[in-house]
Design a protein around this ligand. Structure first.
Ligand SMILES: [Zn+2]
Length: 331
């Protein structure tokens, strides 16, 4: 795949969404993330699989649970992690993992580049883990990622970068602890370099931010995410999961395939409504005012929360992203 220009991260996506939505940005100095307060809770989801989530109320970007969810495979051969949370809480991450296994952390897979999923890369790598991600995600990480919610971005140490990368095509497979772990690339969805991770024996699928059920979908345009790819990536999730497969999102609660079908259909329905309004010649502001997400607002927790303090709601960000993609001049 041809390399694309490296762009800055999600901060710019928010800026674009705010500007497009015509919402006030003045006085929008985001309050920081209360890293010192964040606590991690572990949940056992299979005989040798755990997920770790941050506490609620300590992260204005993710009020339901601070940072991005971690999944970890543990067993006699070592630990394999999916995602690595914010850099400042790596010590807590390691303590939490050590409560489930004293074996070395051998692999760290990133579902995508955002700092709530990769901030701990350098520190986990220093413990001996091999960091693996999509090549496109590594490109994202080469650029100085913007700070999240006013907190400083971590230093640009080379150790944070993935050592082993993969592109589109068949999945990379890792055999560890009796498990086969599939690293499955998906088209540009949340970012340009998303991967979903399947644990074949445990029948668990960690999908990163391709799916979330706290707030509306986040198509991070500045990081190469696309509406078309988001729908295609959800098709991959649906084709990879059986009805009983446990699906672990980057943010929000655990779900099953049927929930992903509803989510995909919601995206298509909102995009269809936005497309129709564009066809009627309505402006972005008019479309936002028409609230095309209204039929789904009642069942989307966090949908009306601002994505950053003083920024657009997650619903308005989602509609702005759709509008932007559907009105983009095709080259
Ligand atoms: Zn993300």
């Amino acid at each position: 795949m041809a390399s694309r220009p490296v762009r800055s991260g999600q901060g710019r996506a928010w800026t674009i969404a705010v500007a497009l939505a015509g919402l006030a940005t003045s006085g929008a100095q985001a309050q920081g993330i209360a890293y010192a307060k964040i606590e991690l809770s572990a949940k056992k989801i299979a005989p040798n699989l755990y997920t770790f989530t941050g506490s609620p109320g300590d992260d204005p970007v993710h009020p339901d649970a601070a940072g991005g969810r971690i999944t970890a495979l543990v067993g006699p051969e070592g630990v394999l992690m999916v995602d690595a949370q914010y850099a400042p809480i790596t010590d807590k991450v390691v303590v939490a993992i050590r409560k489930t296994s004293d074996k070395p952390i051998r692999y760290l897979i990133n579902t995508h580049a955002h700092l709530d999923h990769t901030g701990g890369n350098a520190a986990i790598s220093a413990l001996g883990a091999l960091v693996i991600a999509r090549e496109e995600s590594r490109e994202e990480m080469l650029a100085p990622l913007p700070a999240i919610a006013g907190n400083a971005a971590p230093p640009r140490v080379p150790a944070r970068l993935p050592v082993l990368t993969f592109g589109m095509g068949g999945p990379m497979k890792i055999r560890l602890d009796g498990e086969t772990v599939d690293l499955i690339p998906v088209p540009p969805a949340h970012t340009a370099g998303d991967a979903i991770i399947k644990f074949e024996t445990a029948d668990v699928l960690a999908v990163g931010d391709v799916y979330r059920n706290y707030g509306y979908p986040f198509i991070s345009l500045a990081d190469g995410g696309t509406l078309k790819g988001m729908v295609a990536a959800l098709d991959v999730v649906m084709n990879t999961a059986d009805p009983d497969t446990l699906i672990v999102p980057g943010h929000g609660g655990l779900v099953h395939r049927a929930d992903v079908v509803v989510y995909r259909d919601m995206i298509v329905a909102v995009a269809t409504a936005v497309q129709r309004m564009i066809g009627q010649g309505r402006s972005q502001r008019e479309i936002l005012q028409a609230r095309p997400t209204a039929p789904y607002d009642g069942r989307t927790p966090g949908g009306q929360d601002p994505v950053v303090l003083g920024g657009p709601t997650s619903a308005d960000r989602f509609v702005s992203e759709i509008y932007s993609e559907l009105t983009k001049v095709k080259s």
